[in-house]
Design a protein around this ligand. Structure first.
Ligand code: IPE
Ligand code: IPE
Ligand code: MG
Length: 224
């Protein structure tokens, strides 16, 4: 049985779900947030220590203003309403990506990270305005600026995922088989599952089925 320490998820399919069931993409985002809560709970039940959720990519700025604003409003409200609860559950929240949002959201994110910093049960990494390519370029630049030798260990220290072990399992919902600029360096040996269901329809049962399959895989890491 493979140990499972870190699950990363590309939460895709909100917009299509919203159009299909409620005639608006934004209602899909709202519904998707319920899945986030379910999956956090189930991650704790499975005693997994890290959960990384791709919530907004560096390319998602191309979307219409109204959708972007809605997404950030949703996140703001989520933090305002739920951060105490997450804290009580001993969950640490960390943002990966560049925090260049409204002053209000930046402050809320910083506050949430600080408040939950010492929590130990589960670390939830929220990938927000995250893009793997810009993360890598930024890391290389800083590494050279500080005159460090370029090697794996040093590069890891300059990534936004510093101190976070690489994901063991990556799940992408929404019936699309691509990585969309997510953790390209970190998933070198990650097991990848593409799930047909749209994110708002994804549930604990689907999650546990994937985890069960993951546990049975023979992971070689180049060995035999
Ligand atoms: C993923 O769902 C969530 C974000 C990118 C914020 P989408 O909004 O991409 O949903 P689809 O893929 O258009 O259905
Ligand atoms: C990836 O989904 C980003 C997130 C889930 C936040 P997208 O829907 O943005 O990916 P593409 O554009 O279809 O590749
Ligand atoms: Mg999508």
């Amino acid at each position: 049985m493979n140990p499972l320490n870190h699950v990363a998820i590309i939460m895709d399919g909100n917009g299509r779900w919203g159009i299909k069931y409620k005639n608006s993409r934004n209602s899909g985002h709202k519904e998707g947030l319920k899945t986030v809560e379910k999956i956090i709970k189930e991650t704790i039940k499975n005693e997994i220590k890290y959960l990384t959720l791709y919530a907004f990519s560096t390319e998602n700025w191309k979307r219409p203003k109204n959708e972007i604003n809605y997404l950030f409003k949703l996140l703001e409200n989520f933090l305002i309403n739920k951060i105490d609860d997450l804290h009580k559950q001993n969950i640490r929240l960390k943002v990966i990506g560049f925090k260049n949002f409204s002053k209000k959201l930046n402050n809320l994110l910083k506050y949430s990270e600080k408040k939950t910093f010492h929590n130990k049960k589960l670390q939830v990494n929220l990938a927000l305005n995250y893009g793997s390519k810009s993360e890598l370029i930024h890391a290389f630049k800083n590494l050279f600026k500080n005159k460090k030798t370029l090697n794996e260990k040093n590069l890891n220290k300059y990534l936004q995922t510093k101190n976070i072990p690489d994901p063991d399992l990556l799940i992408r919902t929404g019936d699309t088989k691509r990585l969309s600029n997510f953790l390209l360096w970190q998933i070198a040996y990650t097991e990848i599952f593409f799930e047909k269901k749209l994110w708002p329809s994804f549930n604990e049962n689907d999650y546990n089925k994937i985890i069960k399959k993951f546990r049975q895989i023979k992971r070689n890491f180049g060995n035999i």
